[in-house]
Design a protein around this ligand. Structure first.
Ligand code: NAP
Length: 363
C-alpha cells in the first residue's frame, strides 16, 4: 500500500508522524483555533465531485483534457477551460490572475509539454523547465485561491526503468529513470510530490493519477513522433488505402505493452475525484498487456488490412515488458470498462472522422 495522506491517516490508529500531525490538526479544529483558510479547507476535505460546482480542466484541447471535458459534460459541474493562448501556465503571474478571476473549486491538471523520444532527448531543458513551471504555478495558485480538490496527471514514465513488473506505486524513486525521458519524468515526480506535500502540510485533497499508454479520439498521428498505437493505425490505414502487400514493424514485435482507452481514464479521474480519501497517487491502467505483434494484428483486423505483417529485428525493441499493477486502483473501486477490441473500433472510427474533417492531429 502507499504511504497514506493526511486524510487517510484519520482512519488508522498507528502513531506515525503523519497521524500525530493529523491528530494535532483535529484537536485544533475541535478547539476552533485553526485559521480561517485552514478551517475552510478542513470543512471541505471530503468534498467529492458531486459537490464541486466549478472545475478547471487544464490542457483541455489535448487528448486527455478533451476526454475529461467529454466525461464532465455528463455532470452538473460548471466547466472552466483556458487555451494556452489565453493562459500560459508557465507564467506565474498570469496563472495567479486567472485563479483570482475564476475561482474554481477543483482542478484537473491535464496540461503538459509532451513529445517523443527524440524531442525529449534533444530538449531536456525545456521539458523539465516548462513541465515544472506548469505544475508549480498551477498547484500553488490553486492552493492560494482556496481550491479544495486538485488532480494531477503524470504518467508511468515516473517509475524506474528497471522496476519490477507489473509496476507497483511503491516502486517510485527506487531506481534510475529511463534516460531518454528523465527530464519529463522528474517534472512529473515533482508535481506528484508537491500535491502530496500540500495535502500533508495543509490538509487539502491534492492527489495524482498515473495513466499507462493511452489511445482514443484526439490522439497524435504524427508519422515520426506518435506513440505506437496511433502509429500502427496510421500505417495500416495507409497500407490498406494504397494496397501495400505488407507492413513492417520496428523490432521483433515481442515487447509487451498495456493500453487504456482515454475515455476510461476520464472516467477513472471522475471516480478518484468523487472519493473522500483517494490515494496520493495511483496507477490507472487495465493491468493486462499484449505483444506489439498481437497489437498490430488487432489493429490490422480492425481496419480490414489483410496483407502480411513483418517484423524488423535489426531495430531496437525497448523495454521487454511494461504493465501497471492496478490492485490499488481496484481497491479504490474503479475498473476499466472499454476492452481493446471495442476501443480500437471506436478509435479507428474517430480517426476516419478526423481525417475526413481535416482535423487529424499530426504535429
Ligand atoms: N497520451 C498518452 O498516451 C499519455 C499516457 C500517459 C499519461 N499521459 C499524461 O496525460 C497528460 C496529458 O497528455 P496528453 O496526451 O493529453 O497531451 P496533449 O494531447 O499534448 O495535451 C497537452 C495539453 O497541454 C497544453 N499545454 C502545453 N503547454 C502549456 C502551457 N505552457 N500552458 C497551458 N497549457 C499548455 C496543450 O495546449 P495546446 O493545445 O495549446 O498545445 C495541450 O492542450 C500528460 O501529463 C501526460 O503525461 C498521456
Amino acid at each position: 500500500m502507499l504511504p497514506t495522506s493526511h486524510v487517510d491517516s484519520e482512519i488508522g490508529s498507528s502513531n506515525t508522524p503523519e497521524t500525530r500531525k493529523n491528530q494535532a490538526f483535529q484537536t485544533l479544529k475541535s478547539k476552533k483555533l485553526v485559521v480561517t483558510r485552514n478551517l475552510r479547507f478542513a470543512n471541505l476535505l471530503s468534498m467529492g465531485v458531486s459537490q464541486i460546482e466549478k472545475i478547471l480542466v487544464t490542457g483541455h484541447r489535448g487528448m486527455v483534457g478533451s476526454a475529461v471535458c467529454r466525461r464532465l459534460s455528463d455532470t452538473s459541474c460548471e466547466l472552466l477551460t483556458a487555451s494556452r493562448e489565453t493562459l500560459d501556465l508557465t507564467k506565474a503571474a498570469d496563472t495567479d490572475e486567472y485563479f483570482e478571476a475564476h475561482r474554481p473549486d477543483a482542478v484537473i491538471f491535464a496540461s503538459a509539454k509532451v513529445g517523443g523520444i527524440v524531442a525529449n532527448d534533444t530538449f531536456p531543458v525545456e521539458f523539465l523547465t516548462e513541465n515544472m513551471l506548469m505544475a508549480v504555478n498551477t498547484i500553488g495558485s490553486a492552493f492560494r485561491h482556496g481550491v479544495q480538490r486538485f488532480l494531477f496527471l503524470g504518467s508511468t514514465c515516473i517509475y524506474p526503468r528497471e522496476c519490477n513488473q507489473p509496476i507497483e506505486e511503491s516502486s517510485l524513486l527506487t531506481g534510475p529513470l529511463e534516460p531518454t525521458n528523465e527530464a519529463y519524468a522528474l517534472a512529473k515526480i515533482a508535481g506528484l510530490k508537491l500535491c502530496q506535500y500540500y495535502r500533508q502540510q495543509h490538509g487539502v485533497t491534492y492527489h495524482s493519477a498515473m495513466p499507462t499508454n493511452l489511445y482514443g479520439p484526439g490522439d497524435n498521428y504524427h508519422p515520426e513522433h506518435s506513440h505506437v498505437l496511433p502509429a500502427l493505425i496510421r500505417r495500416f490505414h495507409h497500407a490498406k488505402q494504397t494496397g501495400q502487400p505488407s507492413v513492417q514493424l520496428w523490432g521483433t514485435g515481442k515487447p509487451r505493452r498495456e493500453f487504456l482507452h482515454v475515455d476510461d481514464l476520464a472516467d477513472a479521474i471522475v471516480h478518484l475525484l468523487s472519493m473522500d480519501s483517494p490515494p496520493d497517487w495511483v496507477n490507472v491502467g487495465t493491468g493486462t498487456d499484449l505483444t506489439i505483434l498481437e497489437l498490430a494484428k488487432r489493429v490490422a483486423a480492425t481496419i480490414g488490412y489483410t496483407g502480411e505483417i513483418k517484423t524488423d529485428p535489426s531495430r531496437p525493441d525497448g523495454t521487454p515488458v511494461k504493465c501497471t499493477d492496478v490492485k490499488l486502483l481496484h481497491e479504490c473501486g474503479w475498473h476499466h470498462h472499454i476492452d481493446l477490441h471495442q476501443g480500437l473500433k471506436d478509435t479507428y472510427a474517430a480517426f476516419c472522422k478526423e481525417v475526413d474533417s481535416g482535423k487529424l492531429r499530426s504535429a
